[in-house]
Design a protein around this ligand. Sequence first.
Ligand SMILES: [Mn+2]
Length: 244
Amino acid sequence: MTLSKNHTLFVSDVHLSENKPELTALFLKFINEKALFAQELYILGDLFDVWLGDDLIGNFEHEIATALETLANAGVKTYFLAGNRDFFVGEKFLKLAKITALKDPCEISIFGYSLLLTHGDLLCTDDKLYQRYRSFVQNPLSRKIFLRFPIQFRKLIARKLRSRSKQYQQRQPIAKLDVTEEGVQKILAQKQANVIIHGHVHRANTINHNVNGRVITRYVLGTWHHTGSYIVLDTQSVEIKVFQ
Ligand SMILES: [Mn+2]
């Protein structure tokens, strides 16, 4: 049987973790049942719930890398753009998984669409404190320094940051943590894109924006729990789907 590979898939916010074997199983099933039959797979950040350096790659991370490698071996090109949880994913993992890294944001043209891909945290411009934190951790120098800390120290910092951020998020009105019109307008001002795809806010959604008279559709991927969220894009349509 020949299957025509005439569509591309997008996922984000899978939040894989060694402590969530059911989620791992769901994602591996997605690779076998969906991704293997696509032309390409784009992972738009937060594939992992936490990533503190490629030197911590163990059996679990190897299992995921192997699954992703089967895609490359089957001719399905996989791309990865880091999220706020896994921005320390590095060369070693990408090589193991045979994945190509993308910058955030990134513009691509496929199937007649001009797409802007981003994890989505860049668009949450009302959350000034988070944006300051983001530019600090994404700075190549801070990254270098962090990754040289001993493993236990990195784990300690990550735990502290996570609990601080949880408390912080609970105190903020939900709108402040969401994507803003300003963020969308800003990112699109210099771009030709007619479609944005992102995740991060964890609620699947489709929203139209008017940017200087152009209508731009923003597709938001949902997070993975008991079911998965993914987007299928082909020449005809862009569809947000649930995987179970
Ligand atoms: Mn995120």
